[in-house]
Design a protein around this ligand. Structure first.
Ligand code: TEU
Length: 556
């Protein structure tokens, strides 16, 4: 039977963009402390904090130079402890981001590793000579043809030693060598240190990339990242995760949360990662549903087809029905805003945001809410390259334009899919800079903050925010939401997303019109007398209005 987290909702904070307490334009831990009551009132159970460790911020903190401290820009360990105390006092948990596929190139481990081939930590990273017969530094001399998630080769030449190191992301994010047991125990020790400090678990960044197939050879992937078949869900990853679980969590009695971020994970992989009997992680983030609206690379947008979305979630629901557990998310700091992406951020913004939330939260799994999603924040009207800060977008732009793409077309693609859509400051109120900072924000505030902000949403009983609050409360009150089984209804309907959940003698029906046109679900006689638990349209009729969603309950 599912663990405690079946009845929990997780809220993700991207600290840089959440709340700035000191006017430097960058969010910080004091800013988070100021919003603990807001989060408790929303009803969430767990807060996941994106990285706040010391970092050169090449990838906004996903490049960590010290795992056991807090970056001054975010605060200090004392302020962190204060936050943790406040979170616990309000009955919530705090989960840290664990980024251990790679470190920063400024981490002391890498500094030592790159000091020379005889360094005691040389083997902590993945060093290789140039391709045989080629001179190091010449294009094409990289040890393999792998490409980085952030454009260009996945290898960086270190001039001093003439060898290359592997970086699946930026050159400032060298990959750790998990084959080395000392690396693994250093990670375990660091994790224990955070648990001893009181944190409640970890979200594990690209954790399914830590085991590479050896020997490293040229990749054959068709698509955006060459080589990925050799490092996604690699040969030793399950062994490493089981070992981590034993070394870090064995003997601890608290209720912890572990979630692996696992791009390219299949349902079958996920059954292995999340089978409680195997002792790896509680759940993983799969990417299938966020890959449905592009072709090939993430920059080649195609419209979402509802049938694809239903088939995708349906497969995940069925695949993890008897074993393992699903995570449920529309948004995070890497994804565009869901109301702009799969909803309607114009005329039907509030109603479509509520419909999408209803559908997601009523699936079987643990829902994740990303900051600002709870009151329907939208994508940003990016107009030029100067508007972007994200390394992924900026590198893509340079490469696309160098390759002959029209700059306006590149910007248009980034406006749709760029990660900065998720990273604009949280819109707290209608005061200048949306109440995020008294200074100049590091990334511009969306001009729509005057209407779309948390204060306005709190004051309006009909807002997206109050709908999220009700969904979270419903999960806490009605065990069928967390624990019921899942059955898709009307699987071939191109407008309506419908399913039932059943636990014992209780059955729920979710009916959501995920389109901008009215939709007729047809007769549902067995639900005629059912109780309406939640809707986003008062007094709904038989035919669903655009983006209308309802949750019904009946006793069997
Ligand atoms: O992301 C991993 C990942 O593969 C993608 O989501 C990626 O960010 C990219 O958008 C694919 O197009 C994780 C973090 O969530 C992300 O913020 C980091 O940049 C990345 O790992 C490296 O640590």
């Amino acid at each position: 039977q599912p663990g405690w987290f079946a009845d929990a909702v997780v809220y993700q904070i991207y600290p840089r963009s959440f709340a700035d307490s000191d006017g430097d334009g960058i969010g910080d831990l004091r800013g988070v402390i100021g919003k603990v009551d807001y989060l408790a009132d929303l009803g969430v159970d767990v807060i996941w904090l994106s990285p706040v460790y010391p970092s050169p911020q090449d990838d906004n903190g996903y490049d960590i130079s010290n795992y056991r401290d807090i970056a001054p820009v975010f605060g200090s360990l004392d302020i962190f402890d204060e936050l943790l105390g406040r979170v616990h006092a309000r009955g919530m948990k705090l989960v840290m981001d664990l980024v251990v596929n790679h470190t920063s190139d400024e981490h002391s481990w890498f500094v030592e590793s790159s000091s020379g081939p005889d360094s005691a930590k040389r083997d902590w990273y993945i060093w290789r000579p140039a391709r045989s017969g080629m001179t190091a530094g010449v294009p094409g001399a990289e040890p393999t043809n792998w490409t980085s998630f952030f454009s260009g080769p996945a290898w960086q030449l270190d001039e001093a030693t003439g060898e290359y190191y592997l970086h699946l992301f930026s050159p400032k994010q060298p990959d750790l060598n998990w084959e080395n047991p000392d690396v693994r125990s250093a990670v375990h020790e660091m994790m224990r240190w955070w648990l001893d400090r009181g944190v409640d678990g970890f979200r594990m960044d690209v954790i399914n990339m830590i085991s590479k197939t050896l020997p490293l050879t040229d990749g054959s992937t068709v698509g955006s990242v060459i080589g990925s078949e050799q490092f996604l869900n690699g040969p030793r990853v399950h062994e490493y995760l089981a070992e981590m679980h034993r070394e870090v969590f064995a003997g601890r009695t608290g209720r912890y949360l572990t979630v692996g971020e696992t791009p390219g994970v299949t349902v079958d992989d996920a059954r292995l990662y999340t089978d409680p009997a195997r002792g790896e992680v509680d759940m993983v983030f799969q990417f299938d549903h966020v890959d449905l609206d592009h072709d090939g690379s993430k920059w080649e947008h195609i419209p979402l087809r509802l049938l694809d979305l239903k088939a995708c979630f349906g497969r995940w629901q069925a695949g993890l029905a008897d074993l393992g557990w699903n995570s449920l998310y529309w948004n995070n700091h890497d994804q565009p805003r869901v109301v702009s992406r799969f909803g309607d951020d114009g005329q039907h913004r509030a109603r479509s945001a509520k419909a999408l939330a209803t559908v997601l939260h009523l699936h079987r799994g643990t829902p994740y809410v990303y900051q600002g999603e709870e009151f329907g924040m939208t994508n940003f009207p990016f107009a030029s390259i100067e508007d972007f800060q994200d390394i992924e977008s900026i590198n893509h732009y340079r490469q696309a334009v160098a390759g002959g793409q029209d700059p306006a077309a590149a910007i248009a693609a980034m406006r749709i899919a760029g990660r900065d859509n998720a990273r604009t400051p949280v819109q707290w109120d209608a005061t200048p800079q949306a109440g995020f900072t008294t200074g100049t924000p590091w990334l511009a505030v969306n001009p729509n903050y005057v209407e779309i902000n948390a204060a306005a949403a709190l004051a309006d009983p009909d807002s997206v925010l109050h709908h999220y609050r009700k969904l979270i409360a419903l999960r806490h009150l009605e065990p069928t939401v967390g624990r019921g089984d899942f059955t898709m209804v009307l699987p071939h309907d191109e407008q309506i997303y419908a399913f039932t959940r059943r636990l014992g003698h209780t059955e729920l029906l979710v009916l959501a019109n995920l389109s901008g046109e009215p939709a007729d679900p047809g007769p549902l006689p067995e639900w005629a007398a059912a109780e309406i638990l939640l809707t986003n349209v008062p007094d709904g009729a038989a035919v669903l209005l655009p983006w209308e969603a309802r949750i019904l309950r009946r006793s069997l």
